[in-house]
Design a protein around this ligand. Structure first.
Ligand code: NAD
Length: 476
């Protein structure tokens, strides 16, 4: 029998798109217009480092401008190439539509191993890359707004924001040119945790629907569920940490670049995270079993598998051996189109990337709005809210005195009820609402249409439908 060929990442995204549009009735040509990547800019630039000029290659892809600005992270990795950046940009278009953020899709990448450079060198490289993009309006508050992705974080976003501000000294909205900035550099509370927090909220919503839990062959709540996480970076760490500390899930496996840690009784996520920060990997960690071939741990028996590192890790070579009942795609594209077919046939439920990691862009949207409005969320209403609650409270106490009744509100209730919401609470509330609404929109299609058998097709149907509506409403 001929060996089935693994499609590239971009082909995988296109195949998933094709499966969905085959079930839609789009006008001729519109399907192609939505699918293609509008433009990819490749830049090669030199930076003088350690006494010699080094040349770097970077990309910024704009997949769809049906809404502007376009939005999507900037990745630093040696694996970055045009195919990958275009696939990620396409996913951003569908993700933004699904989680209802008013953006088109984009993505950027720099072919670099950031661990090979010190902080000062990385700043020089980042500023030069930002300069190259900004001078072509590929970084711009109203046209193209990057964010962190693999290998980048708050620090890089702060350099990008500062570089843009230096080039546009009179632009009052300069800070809105990039999201994921540190709180004291124009960022928003809750952005660092947002994608992992979104994964947690996505699972909360999934576990609110007994029919969906049963479809995955699971029962009960998140409490005690056995979880395996791949990649304890920004997304993986926050997801694992919240699920373990707040929902009682048991993280029995953590897979990193240099191997994996396993413990049936549950790993201490904080301790492992600390170990990785200090030692650069998981090997040498004493309180668990170390497995050198980390990818094998994707296959161990568990309830929930959270790939949170990179694309293509569940593919034709291992899809048949995956034992998890539920996979939540915290990374972008961790399951190839071929593996998706195999897993679907085997009845594994997959919560797809364009929904599962949509928490990042959702809170980026809040940050962008905050930057444009130049005021912290909650600043105007927090104390007014508290004063109104105090009024209710005083009234209840005086009623209780007048009627000489014995009842009293508990002090804990009083404290909780009186406090007005701060920015972090508002951000989490907005994120939770977004994840619930997006899940419900997918779910309606999943259970409501006979011809839709999985959440991924449902997600694409909802997202493509919204992009198509936008084109229909305003033309091309
Ligand atoms: P990160 O760089 O913070 O973390 C990635 C982690 O994966 C690191 O700990 C790294 O050591 C590990 N890793 C790399 N290669 C690995 C391998 N072969 N096997 C096991 N582990 C490996 O990146 P991140 O921001 O957490 O992004 C992870 C994924 O989530 C990416 O697919 C990214 O596109 C996606 N994502 C990120 C965000 C965000 O807000 N950061 C938002 C949406 C989606």
């Amino acid at each position: 029998m001929a060996q089935k060929k693994e499609p590239s990442f971009r082909q995988s995204v296109d195949l998933m798109f094709n499966r969905a549009v085959a079930l839609m009735d789009l006008p001729p040509g519109l399907e192609q217009k939505i699918k293609v990547c509008n433009a990819t800019y490749t830049v090669r630039f030199g930076v003088r480092l350690r006494g010699q000029i080094q040349t770097f290659t970077g990309y910024r892809s704009v997949h769809s401008e049906h809404m502007e600005p376009v939005k999507g992270g900037i990745r630093y990795s040696m694996g970055v190439n045009q195919d990958e950046v275009e696939a990620l940009a396409a996913l951003m278009t569908y993700k933004c539509a699904l989680v209802e953020t008013p953006f088109g899709g984009a993505k950027g990448g720099l072919c670099i191993d950031p661990r090979q450079y010190d902080e000062h060198e990385l700043e020089q490289i980042t500023r030069r890359f930002a300069y190259e993009l900004a001078k072509r309006d590929l970084i711009h508050p109203s046209q193209n707004v990057p964010a962190p992705d693999m290998g980048t974080g708050e620090r890089e976003m702060a350099w990008i924001a500062d570089q843009y501000a230096r080039m546009n000294t009179t632009e009052i909205n300069a800070r809105a040119c990039v999201t994921g900035k540190p709180l004291h550099g124009g960022g928003i509370a809750g952005r660092v945790e947002a994608t992992g927090r979104g994964v947690q909220y996505a699972l909360h919503e999934f576990f609110r629907h007994p029919e969906d839990i049963a479809q995955a062959g699971l029962a009960g709540t998140l409490d005690g569920k056995r979880v395996v996480v791949q990649g304890l970076g920004n997304v993986g760490y926050h997801a694992a940490s919240f699920l373990a500390a707040e929902d009682g899930a048991k993280v029995i496996g953590i897979i990193e670049r240099d191997g994996a840690l396993v413990d049936e009784n549950g790993l201490d996520v904080e301790a492992v995270h600390q170990w990785i920060s200090n030692h650069g990997g998981v090997s040498g960690y004493a309180d668990a079993t170390y497995v050198e071939d980390g990818a094998k741990i994707l296959e161990i028996d568990c309830d929930i598998l959270i790939p949170a590192a990179l694309e293509g890790v569940i593919n034709l070579s291992n899809a048949a051996k995956i034992s998890a009942k539920l996979i939540i795609e915290a990374a972008n594209g961790p399951v190839t189109a071929g593996a998706d077919d195999i897993l679907r046939e085997r009845g594994v439920v997959i919560i797809p990337d364009l929904f599962a990691n949509g928490g990042g862009v959702t809170v980026s949207y809040f940050e962008w709005v905050k930057n444009l409005s130049h005021i912290r969320f909650g600043r105007m209403q927090r104390r007014q809210e508290e004063a109104r609650h105090q009024l209710v409270f005083n009234e209840l106490e005086s009623l209780s005195d007048q009627t000489k009744s014995e009842w009293r509100l508990s002090p804990d209730f009083k404290q909780k009820y009186l406090r007005g919401a701060d920015e972090l609470e508002l951000v989490r509330s907005g994120l939770d609402d977004t994840m619930r609404a997006a899940y419900q929109s997918m779910r309606e299609v999943w259970h409501g249409r006979e011809d839709v058998g999985d959440l991924r097709v449902a997600a694409y149907l909802v997202a493509i439908g919204r992009v198509a509506d936008s084109y229909r409403a305003k033309g091309l």
